[in-house]
Design a protein. Structure first.
Length: 190
């Protein structure tokens, strides 16, 4: 069953599973696949070629660029913007007002706080994509991540940080914070 809100424009070729709810004034373009138990909010625009797997929520006023893949059990709150070709693994939460540039990968169980931004260009105006955020990683509210950065698994980034370098966990659970980001301590040390 698909429930579509008023004044929404839905392409005739979308594929959808059971129990799909689409809000009012929403646009879903061609080639989109929606799994079971999907909720899409009001005033959301999902461009062509997106795949959203089961038990996922996409909030109000979101914009999803072309060819993104969003895993199972994800929460994408309102006013988020994902550019094209992003890969969002299972159990990911993206809080309100986040912006992801093209080709960002968010691994399983990662969490992005409100208003996180990944950047797609360097200070030399070189376009660089493929930012990757590891499993079980927490990115605090308002943080900015420079272009083409790789953050390992089990890393915590404090709120309002600027991540300008790759961060590996080295088998630990490190906490980083600040502008620019620097190591603070290990989570296991608390």
């Amino acid at each position: 069953m698909v429930e579509v809100g008023k004044n929404s424009i839905i392409s005739v070729d979308i594929k959808y599973g059971k129990n799909v709810k689409i809000g009012a004034f929403t646009i879903i373009e061609e080639g989109v696949t929606l799994g079971d138990n999907i909720t899409i909010g009001h005033y959301t625009h999902i461009k062509k070629g997106n795949t959203i797997l089961s038990n996922t929520v996409v909030g109000n006023y979101c914009e999803l660029g072309e060819n993104n893949v969003i895993g199972f059990n994800c929460i994408i709150q309102g006013r988020n913007r994902l550019a094209s070709d992003c890969k969002i693994y299972d159990n990911v939460t993206i809080k309100y007002g986040t912006i992801l540039t093209s080709k960002v990968t968010l691994k399983e169980n990662s969490f992005l706080g409100p208003n996180v931004i990944t950047l797609g260009s360097t200070h030399k105006r070189e376009t660089k994509h493929t930012t990757e955020i590891g499993e079980n990683t927490y990115i605090g509210a308002g943080s900015k991540i420079a272009a083409d950065i790789h953050i390992g698994n089990d890393v915590v980034i404090g709120a309002n940080s600027f991540v300008n370098k790759d961060i590996n966990n080295d088998g630990k659970k490190p906490i980083y914070g600040g502008t620019p980001v620097k190591y603070i301590k290990n989570l296991d040390d608390e």
